[in-house]
Structure formats: C-alpha cells, structure tokens
Design a protein around this ligand. Structure first.
Ligand code: 5RP
Length: 263
C-alpha cells in the first residue's frame, strides 16, 4: 500500500483496527432534517468521541471549523431528494479537485443494488475508486436501500456488500441484520455498521453495535441514533466504549446514563 493511502486509512481506522464515524450527511437528500439544521453545530459537542465525520461539501464548508482535527469522510454522491418516489438515482457530485481541496481523508458513495439504478451506481463507484486510487484516497461504499427497508436482511446485504467490495471499495458500510456474520464473512474488505431511524430505546443501539462488532464489523457510521438522542455526548461516549474499549452493552449503557443524568 502506498504511503498516502496508508496515511489516510490510518486517520479513519484507528490503531486498534476499529472506527467510529458520525454521519451528518442527511441534508444531501433529506434537506434540513430536524436536529441537523446546522451540521457543524450538531457535531461540535461529540467531535472528541468520534474518529471521523461523514458530511457533504456544502455543510462542511459552511458550518465546520477548518481547524478541527477530526478527519472528514466526504459524501460525494447525490442527485435525488426525499420529494420523489425513487431515491436511488445517484451519481458522483463532487470533482476530484474539490475532494483534494477539502483535504478529505476518505470519500463515501451510495450504491443501490437491485434498484432501477443498480448499474449506474455500481459504475459510479468503480469510476470513483479508479479516480481516488490516483490520489490515494480511500472509498467507503454504502449499501443503500432507498425506501426498501425490507432489503435490510442478510441475503441481500451480503450480495450488496460483496459487489461493492469487488468494485474496489476500501470499506463497505451496511446495515446490521440477523445472521450479520454471514454478511461480514462474504465481504473481503472491512465492514462498518450503518444506523437508520432512531431505535425504540437507547440500549438497542448499543446492542446492535456490540453484536455487529462481535460478528466482525470494524465499527460504525451512525447519525440519528447519536445526534437525535437526548444526550448525544452520552451516546457517543457509550458507543466509543463499545467500539474501542470492548464494553458490553450493559456497561456502555451505564456510561450513557451517567452522562445523561449528569452524574
Ligand atoms: C444513508 C447514509 C447515511 O449516512 C446514513 O444513513 C445516516 O445515518 P443514520 O441512518 O444512522 O441516521 O449513508 O444511506
């Protein structure tokens, strides 16, 4: 591996081989979703606990301090909005020049396997990987499901993860599901767990992250379950304990409650 690639990967995957990414990219198709009107402000209290932020270039430039030390995984795909039925129609929306200008440690792109736009989004990934390899920039590919929540199961996710890895993604982000170990086992590159809508209770987040990591994932890329929480710092610190300190969900939940209750 060339020095530049190894250097960038070391910024986003810590020496223990694990990672904790905070997703704040929702605006690229959700618009100003509640809690994320100003992503930089939302992120600020938890930056000390996460290993990288996943953001689009617009809110990065407008709302994040350029002096921050937290590495940036730049969301570089887009092209749809929640206002339309089909939200799978994405392309790469950022030039390589701008990726480099923004000093991205890595980039992220969604791929919609099994959708109308499967071919288009796979080709976008493979071209992005080729372009990023020229500059030693790692690519995180997301197994995006659009509105098809029922795709969050092992057979589909294993298929999607493997295809994204075969196209050259350095890391694949996918959803936790039953038989998650099969998804991880079939993916030749590291797997990061995606989030989704807020869970019914806070312990559930810690449990699925813990279980996903036991099944072989190297970390998480979570958004709403952190920044929509009543205590984003409590949840971020608890997740950090699960990811980097091998805490059990119960131990992490105690950390969460202590911080949330200001003890
Ligand atoms: C969607 C994404 C987003 O980054 C991710 O879903 C946002 O995080 P969360 O769902 O945990 O709020 O890649 O495909």
């Amino acid at each position: 591996m060339d020095w530049g690639m190894e250097n960038r990967l070391s910024k986003t995957i810590k020496p223990d081989g694990k990672c904790f990414y905070l997703a704040l990219d929702h605006g690229y198709f959700h618009g100003p979703t509640a809690g994320l009107e100003n992503p930089g402000k939302t992120a600020a209290p938890v930056l000390d606990y996460v290993d990288a932020v996943f953001v689009p270039r617009g809110s990065l430039r407008a709302t994040f301090d350029p002096k921050m030390e937290t590495p940036v995984i730049l969301r570089v795909s887009g092209g749809n909005s929640l206002d339309r039925e089909d939200i799978t129609d994405e392309e790469v929306t950022v030039s390589m020049r701008d990726i480099i200008r923004l000093n991205a440690a890595a980039v992220g792109i969604s791929v919609y396997i099994g959708s109308e736009n499967e071919h288009k989004t796979i080709m976008a990934l493979s071209k992005l990987v080729d372009d990023c390899l020229d500059y030693n920039i790692p690519v995180m590919a997301v197994t995006a499901v659009g509105r098809e929540e029922d795709k969050k199961e092992a057979r589909y996710l294993a298929l999607a993860c493997r295809i994204l890895a075969e196209q050259g993604a350095h890391v694949v982000k996918t959803y936790y599901c039953d038989n998650f170990e099969k998804v991880v086992a079939g993916c030749p590159v590291p797997v990061v767990i995606a989030g989704g809508p807020r869970t019914e209770n806070d312990l559930e987040v810690l449990e699925f992250v813990y279980n996903g990591m036991q099944a072989g994932a190297i970390g998480v890329n979570l958004g709403r379950n952190i920044w929509k929480n009543d205590s984003p710092i409590g949840m971020a610190r608890a997740l950090q304990a699960v990811i980097h300190e091998n805490a059990t969900p119960k131990e992490a939940y105690e950390i969460y409650q202590t911080i949330k209750n200001g003890k």
